[in-house]
Design a protein around this ligand. Structure first.
Ligand code: SF4
Length: 330
């Protein structure tokens, strides 16, 4: 058994000092991810800095009509905040379709963004896994890869990112705010999630003692029509096989603006830039939606068991865009 120490920060500066003092420290919020990883022997943490007393749990309106979501805001609280429900229904929907009620009551937004893949080969502690033991190989490449990614993969890792709400935040160009020894930083959320490339063990461009303080979601009128569609093997407590965050603005029958991102298919929450570009100025009909989805999935790399995700993702994109166009959730 590996020794594990614990301290409780009284304010943000105290948290940073405590984290910096131990190279293998981690911040502890809801604990729904970190404690799991420690129990499974996957987390390298030797010291936990409890940050639950820090004033980072608020959800506030921004002057531009957007939101600031504190890193310690619990998923269930964010999902039910009126400003989120009214202006970003896809954020609320994605949160409510995540995990279980008990987990949503504990899990924080900051922790949600830092959660690690559910790839079973990472979590079994013994299979070759470049994320756990760099250079050891990837058991999923020739293993059972039905749930694995088809976009953004590398020969070193094909694991999917598991978050639902991150898919919506990527679609709306959220910004992750951090504070570390070098001061505050603002990271576009698309840059916060790294592709696996040759270093799948590096998942975010932040240091272990850099604290996520919150997420800014810019104001965007079409977000009021945003949809989150999640396709999974069972209707509760399950990760997405495919998910879609979509929002559409239509003028004179043509797509004037669109936001589109995919979950369950990418090694990171996947902003569908190519599909968005293919949609603007096109008729807002199912034929255009289908063509755009196909453009995005052109680069898919499939394994033995997950080729079905290519078609499933395209159908889900069409369904989500139709729902946003028609003003309903799905
Ligand atoms: Fe590890 Fe990634 Fe391969 Fe899963 S897909 S075994 S997380 S390297």
């Amino acid at each position: 058994m590996r020794p594990l120490t614990y301290s409780r920060a009284t304010d943000i500066d105290h948290a940073l000092v405590l984290a910096a003092a131990t190279p293998r420290s981690a911040f502890l919020a809801g604990g729904t991810t970190e404690v799991d990883l420690i129990r499974a022997g996957i987390s390298p943490s030797e010291h936990l800095v409890d940050i639950n007393d820090l004033p980072l749990a608020g959800v506030e309106d921004r002057a531009d009509g957007g939101l600031h979501i504190g890193a310690l805001a619990r998923m269930s609280d964010v999902a039910r905040t009126p400003g989120v429900v009214e202006r970003y229904p896809a954020v609320s929907r994605a949160l409510l379709l995540s995990a279980s009620e008990q987990l949503r009551n504990m899990a924080s937004i900051g922790g949600n963004l830092r959660q690690r893949t559910r790839c079973p080969y990472l979590r079994d502690g013994v299979s070759p896994c470049n994320k756990r033991d760099p250079g050891s190989g990837c058991a999923a490449l020739d293993g059972f890869n039905r749930g694995h990614a088809i976009l953004g993969t590398s020969p070193q890792c094909i694991a999917t990112h598991p978050s639902d709400v991150a898919v919506v935040l990527v679609a709306f160009d959220a910004v992750v705010r951090t504070l570390g020894p070098a001061g505050p930083r603002s990271l576009p959320i698309d840059d916060f999630f790294l592709l696996p490339g040759a270093t799948p063990e590096v998942e975010h461009p932040i240091a272990h003692d850099e604290l996520i303080t919150g997420v800014d979601v810019p104001g965007n009128p079409i977000a009021r029509r945003s949809v989150y569609l999640k396709v999974r093997d069972r209707e509760s407590y399950e990760f997405a096989l495919v998910s879609v965050a979509a929002a559409l603005a239509v003028h004179d029958g043509e797509v004037a603006d669109v936001r589109l991102a995919l979950g369950g298919v990418g090694t990171k929450p996947w902003r569908a830039h190519r599909a968005e570009a293919a949609l603007v100025g096109r008729p807002a009909d199912e034929a255009s939606f289908r063509r755009a989805a196909a453009v995005e999935l052109e680069g898919a790399v499939v394994g033995e068991h997950n080729a079905f995700k290519v078609e499933l993702a395209q159908r889900a994109v069409v369904r989500a865009l139709v729902a946003s166009r028609d003003g309903r959730q799905s």
